[in-house]
Design a protein around this ligand. Structure first.
Ligand code: PLP
Length: 451
């Protein structure tokens, strides 16, 4: 049987984002000022973020209304489809029911415009003229380029150098939407220049590119900074995904028992699972499973500790699972999963045993992606393929145990710009790299000392 789409009418689209904060069993410790080591307040964030987003970052309100202007743009591709993966179930011979929420239908091809549109909107509201950001593989940069184009903002994207050269078409896409794209590290910032001096051939990293973008925003009056994952307000915007899934599953009378998402900074994962926190807290049988690469195993091998969000130590110090802020990951293809840290909210939920995590090497991930594409048609982004691999393992477990689990996952994006990675997989050129424990231990020695 072929995949079946669960219909949701435009009129039934959620009108408010869900803020998990009032439902958290334990909150993360407060972020600290990198200079003073004291807890930061809204005024510390004001040079780089607009007040509308800072308020959301610290909000205690469970529901935050989505402004009409944002809903109007969301309607270009939302509600996004939820599919029952009948054919994949059949191919796997599993008694589990598998659903996927497909976020690749946005113009940028991933879930990221759910937050880029909102961020551009609040910046525009407060008279900001220009946004600076970083991007790894280019998904976030293209999502923000799209949003800035819609709201008439200028946009400068610091793109990790290795991806700038490996992913020329993501770069072109940002240029189509009017953004300036700079390979990072660059000579435009102090952070970039000092890294280039020490290591002129560095492939770059997200940590370095964040330093450059933050410095750019902090040193110009007309410019603010924008981050595509990790922060509370970003995860908040992504909850539109899980809220729609809830409505869609109600229509077919099903309830999830396992929710799965790939985890880079944690935003697509949180977007799917956070809206189910009240059910989980009430004791319903529902698991939250985050999936990461063994080459950047933040949740599975990192430490829960205070760390900087960037390499040049300019961002607030945040409590999170981290591999250390000077972690430079190997150039694996799932570029969007290469960040050294993870969202504080997702991190504390993992520490408390509410979020499970699993890590996979590249070859089994691509094998799973190909199995999925052959049965369901859609070619997953390499990041999303990590979730697919976990889904297949869960479905196999259900087969062994004779369980009828309901598995729902976030198919966070399509892989149309990642066919080079599929080529490498078919050619047998992908390495099953596991980041060595000693190197993680080394990098963790440089965590900031806080009392
Ligand atoms: C960026 C990206 C991710 C990882 O980022 P999160 O913030 O963890 O969601 C996953 N999938 C796709 C398609 C992405 O573009």
């Amino acid at each position: 049987m072929i995949a079946k789409k669960v219909h949701l009418d435009e009129k039934e689209m959620p009108r408010a984002w869900y803020n998990i904060v009032p439902d958290m069993p334990n909150m993360p410790e407060p972020p600290l000022n990198p200079g003073t080591g004291q807890p930061i307040g809204p005024e510390d964030l004001a040079p780089i973020f607009p007040m509308g987003l800072i308020e959301q970052e610290v909000s205690q309100e469970r529901w935050i209304p989505i402004p009409e202007e944002i809903l109007n743009i969301y309607r270009l591709w939302r509600p996004s489809p939820l599919y029952r993966a009948y054919h994949l179930e059949e191919v796997l011979g599993t008694p589990a029911r598998i659903y996927y929420k497909y976020e690749g239908v946005s113009p940028a091809g991933s879930h990221k415009p759910n937050t880029s549109i909102a961020q551009a909107y609040y910046n525009k509201q407060e008279g900001v003229k220009r946004l600076a950001t970083e991007t790894g593989a280019g998904q976030w940069g293209s999502a923000l380029a799209l949003a800035c184009q819609f709201f008439g903002l200028e946009c400068t994207v610091y793109m990790v150098k290795v991806s700038y050269h490996q992913k020329p078409y993501r770069r072109s896409m940002m240029q189509v939407w009017g953004s300036e794209v700079i390979p990072s590290p660059s000579d435009r910032t102090n952070a970039g220049r000092s890294i280039l001096e020490k290591d002129p051939d560095t492939p770059g990293s997200l940590g370095i590119a964040i330093s450059e973008a933050v410095e750019d925003a902090a040193t110009r009056d007309d410019t603010k900074y924008s981050l595509g994952s990790v922060l509370n307000h970003v995860l908040l915007h992504q909850t539109i995904v899980g809220l729609e899934v809830k409505e869609q599953l109600k229509k077919v009378g099903d309830k999830p028992t396992v929710l799965i998402g790939s985890c880079g900074g944690g935003s697509n994962f949180a977007g799917l699972v956070f809206p189910y926190m009240p059910e989980k807290a009430a004791g319903e049988n529902i698991r939250f499973l985050a999936v990461e690469p063994t080459s950047c195993p933040t949740l599975t091998k990192g430490s829960y500790a205070y760390d900087f969000g960037d390499t040049a130590q300019m961002t607030p110090i945040m409590p999170m699972y981290t591999l250390g802020h000077d972690f430079v990951p190997p150039g694996i293809h799932a570029g969007g999963l290469r960040y050294h840290g993870a969202s504080p909210l997702v991190s504390v939920l993992h520490r408390d045993g509410i979020v499970e995590a699993v890590a996979y090497t590249q070859n089994p991930v691509f094998e799973a992606a190909v199995t999925f594409a052959k049965s369901e048609g859609i070619v997953p982004a390499p990041e999303s393929a990590h979730a697919v691999k976990a889904v297949i393992d869960e479905a196999d477990r259900c087969k062994e145990e004779g369980k009828e689990d309901v598995i729902v996952f976030n198919l966070s994006g399509h892989g149309h710009f990642d066919m080079g990675a599929y080529d490498a997989y078919f050619a047998g050129d992908l390495e099953d790299y596991t980041y060595p424990e000693e190197k993680i231990a080394d990098s963790l020695k440089n965590l900031p000392k806080v009392k």
